[in-house]
Design a protein around this ligand. Structure first.
Ligand code: AQP
Length: 321
């Protein structure tokens, strides 16, 4: 069973990515699972090429620094030729109506001028990511389920129309993990691409930056911590973060802290300790470009080889080559 997950370099990796996904990916450690930096997916809206390249390198380093086995990671654009060819085959298996029905496309394109065609076709590239590697499980949140459903439709359609090539994947619900909210705007989830990063703790922030952001976190009136996510989302978020870093039930943790100030200091200490090894290892990897380059090249070769027979069969069966 091959399971595939990706992370998009739309900004610096943040605490929510770490606590909600990367840390679990590293802990799961199933030898067949694949993790990739989906840099091609970051081009569906206006982007800066140099920044994208740097962010993709940084994310690869963070994945490895978090403890994901280096032989399980790759960067999507390193197999752009294979993915480009398969995307074209799958686009020729998909109707315009199917792509235009995607809720994410409708939401992200609404009211926008100059919508990139890639925003429409991105779910087909996602299908190529999954089908090229022969993944059978795709752990995704609600927002991506429709895209995996499209992948299933395209895989089945290709298999029945031209010949059996693709494993039909299944969307799975990732195990419930921490949902981290923006510290300044706790009704929103913490995001790498947030316009204002005041409430976003980045994995590579230094200890002072982490402490400053957590000290400034929005609280909800009152002065004594209590766990009430509906009415006091700011404090609940801090307790959830503390619970994710140190263990313990957030409601019980609330009773241990007499004031917001003491709680914030404890959260800052816990987050700094949680991120310290990842930050240190990432810095080492980014300094040792030869080692990171070696991991990257090997990942690209493996990812291309894994998909080679599916791509060549699909090309042949659809009447090309
Ligand atoms: N705030 C969060 N709390 C818990 N988990 C989170 N994830 C993201 N934010 C939080 C999880 O991180 C993984 C990789 O994320 P992604 O790159 O696929 O895209 P995303 O979910 O859209 O992450 P961001 O940081 O919010 O990016 P932007 O700003 O580009 O939208 C996923 O498993 C995700 O659930």
């Amino acid at each position: 069973m091959v399971q595939i997950s990706g992370i998009t370099p739309s900004g610096h990796v943040q605490l929510g990515n770490h606590l909600g996904a990367l840390r679990r990916w590293a802990a799961e450690g199933r030898p067949d699972d694949l993790y990739f930096v989906s840099d091609l997916h970051a081009m569906t809206t206006a982007h800066n090429p140099a920044k994208l390249r740097a962010l993709a390198t940084e994310q690869l380093a963070v994945l490895v620094a978090t403890g994901i086995a280096p032989e399980r990671v790759f960067v999507q654009s390193d197999i752009a030729k294979e993915l480009g060819a398969l995307t074209w085959i799958l686009e020729s298996t998909c109707t315009y109506g199917e792509a235009a029905r995607m809720i994410q496309f409708k939401e992200k394109s609404k009211g926008q001028a100059g919508v990139r065609l890639s925003l429409l076709t991105y779910p087909v590239l996602m299908a190529a990511d999954i089908l090229l590697q022969g993944a059978s499980k795709v752990p995704v949140g609600e927002d991506q389920r429709q895209h995996v459903e499209l992948t299933r439709v395209l895989a089945r359609r290709f298999n029945t129309t031209y010949g059996e090539v693709f494993t039909v994947p299944e969307a799975t619900l990732p195990p419930a993990g921490a949902r981290v909210r923006d510290l300044a705007e706790p009704t929103r989830k913490m995001s790498k691409s947030a316009h204002d990063s005041a409430g976003v703790v980045f994995v590579l922030d230094d200890a002072d930056q982490v402490r400053r952001k957590i000290r400034k976190a929005r609280t909800d009136g009152g002065s004594v911590p209590a766990y009430a996510p509906e009415t006091r989302p700011g404090i609940a978020n801090l307790l959830d973060i503390l619970s994710a870093c140190t263990g313990g039930d957030p409601a019980e943790l609330a009773e241990e802290y007499p004031s917001y100030g003491v709680l914030k200091d404890a959260v800052a200490d816990a987050v700094i300790e949680e991120l310290r090894p990842v930050r240190e290892r990432t810095m080492e990897l980014l300094a040792d470009t030869a080692e990171l380059e070696r991991v990257r090249k090997a990942g690209a070769v493996r990812a291309a080889e894994r998909g080679e027979h599916r791509l060549s069969s699909a090309l042949r069966l659809i009447g090309a080559g």
